[in-house]
Write a protein that binds this ligand. Sequence first.
Ligand code: SF4
Length: 266
Amino acid sequence: MIDRFKRKINYLRVSVTDRCNLRCVYCMPEQGVELINHKEILTFEEIVEIVRTGVEMGIDKVRLTGGEPLVRRGIVSLVRMLSEINGIKDLAMTTNGVFLDKYAESLAKAGLHRVNISLDTLDPEKFRQITRVGNVQDVIRGIEAAKTAGLIPVKINCVIKKSPQEEDALQVANYCKENDLQVRYIKEMDLEDGIFSKVIGGEGGHCAVCNRLRLTANGKIKPCLFDDLEFDVRELGIKEAYLKAVGQKPRSGTENKINKFSNIGG
Ligand code: SF4
């Protein structure tokens, strides 16, 4: 699919749940956020149909996100169903890594190609402060399990305030160098205020060449993370929702007053 600005749209980020086992301070308040009613959450069959139609229209890169995708029950089955769709060249997942130690092997066997794992600090106390409930050792074990299972390249998403020169970011960079991992830096963003920047070492935030659409866990196709526009596949039909999303994809992001990072998967 080609949009009005001659950008090739071939990448779909699929949020499979708005639930998460962590409470990262830059993503959600301590008490959590109002969750999407279970009845509204897309079934696996619906997700597969939406992705299959997308592939017929030009999507060849699919990433599973959340919330935290590994808290969605049966996630390995969903990966298997998606991996059977001809035409997906890259099937990836973004995870906080806490449950990866348990799932890495079966995800790889089910057809997942690679993972991006969130890691902002190696300091156990700071990790606890940032995630409010997490243990950094769980993530380290998850990274090792991903490498052992062949979910490579393993990329590390490191959230920074302003610069990769920040102490924690330097430690993460060092750890990545020592462990053959690729690090990318994501500056803290604010959807409502439209504060965002290019991912350092990655593709996100490069509006001029943006190739992505997002599917929310309750079936809305969004042409842009930093925009309120969304098209309901259940109301419009899958194909029509894609066509409208690509047809109205903005030149660049502005602000998003209707979504939370936790229900759109960044
Ligand atoms: S802000 Fe919107 S247009 Fe820009 S890179 Fe992000 S999704 Fe693409």
